[in-house]
Design a protein around this ligand. Structure first.
Ligand SMILES: Nc1nc2c(ncn2[C@@H]2O[C@H](COP(=O)(O)OP(=O)(O)OP(=O)(O)O)[C@@H](O)[C@H]2O)c(=O)[nH]1
Length: 227
């Protein structure tokens, strides 16, 4: 279906909102947020989900340029917000810049189903304002220490989905992958945790589960419930 046909077509009956859903992706520096976005784009594409990306860096447009150059997505659908000194502020206390960037994308590309908003890399305390996003995930990785879930940071506790990335590195950094996943699930109660390999030499892992969960919880009524 061309973009013009899609704009002209009625909303899919099962789409939860007439507006593009806004999903936040937060987490510590280097945990693999951008790599996760790059891995998810083709999977959303396969499911017919039209998406755009907003990245937040402190004083550069590095992440946006990387996604624009990836060849995975129309570069016009990738926008950079420069967060300045405090990456928390622009996703939580005053998300005005990000809201404006998302509104601009939604106006320019009315066919969008989803806008992914990657926060600047930060610590375990970052959370997203619900004025900015409908749903958000937090990405940590095993190489940052197997005690991160036990530290019960607001990011790991409050997110809608906790992603524990770089499972391929677990044995190299003497982390018991099953144990860190179990501890994370224990502190998060009903809310999901997914182990993931978003990039690297190892086979990818957890990516279809993440896309299925987003389709089910955020985008579509009746989307398949992940196991
Ligand atoms: N082994 C392995 N490396 C990964 C994985 N995911 C990402 N990486 C690597 O981790 C490093 C950081 O990845 P990024 O995607 O840049 O991390 P980020 O969270 O976006 O970083 P900031 O934007 O700086 O906060 C890169 O060298 C990636 O190649 C993974 O699943 N396994």
């Amino acid at each position: 279906m061309t973009i013009q046909e899609k704009i002209a077509a009625p909303e899919p009956a099962n789409r939860k909102s007439q507006f593009a859903a806004r999903i936040g992706i937060g987490g510590p520096v280097g945990s693999g947020k951008t790599a996760l976005i790059e891995a998810l784009i083709p999977l959303f594409h396969d499911r017919g989900v039209e998406l755009a990306v907003i990245t937040n860096d402190l004083v550069t447009k590095e992440d946006a340029r990387r996604v624009q150059a990836s060849g995975l997505i129309d570069p016009e659908r990738v926008v950079a917000v420069e967060a300045g000194a405090c990456p928390h502020t622009v996703i939580r206390e005053d998300p005005t810049l990000n809201i404006a960037a998302a509104d601009d994308l939604a106006a320019k590309f009315p066919e969008l189903d989803l806008i992914l908003i990657e926060s600047g890399g930060d610590n375990l305390a970052s959370t997203f304002s619900l004025d900015l996003v409908d749903w958000w995930m937090f990405v940590i990785d095993v190489a940052q220490g197997d005690d991160i879930p036990r530290k019960r940071g607001p990011g790991t506790l409050q997110c809608d989905l906790l992603v524990i990335n770089k499972l391929d590195l677990a044995r190299h950094v003497l982390v018991d992958a099953a144990n860190i996943l179990a501890e994370a699930s224990a502190i998060r109660g009903e809310r999901p945790t997914i182990g993931c390999i978003s990039r690297g030499l190892a086979e990818r892992k957890g990516l279809d589960e993440i896309v299925d969960l987003i389709c089910h919880q955020v985008l579509f009524f009746g989307a398949e419930v992940p196991a």
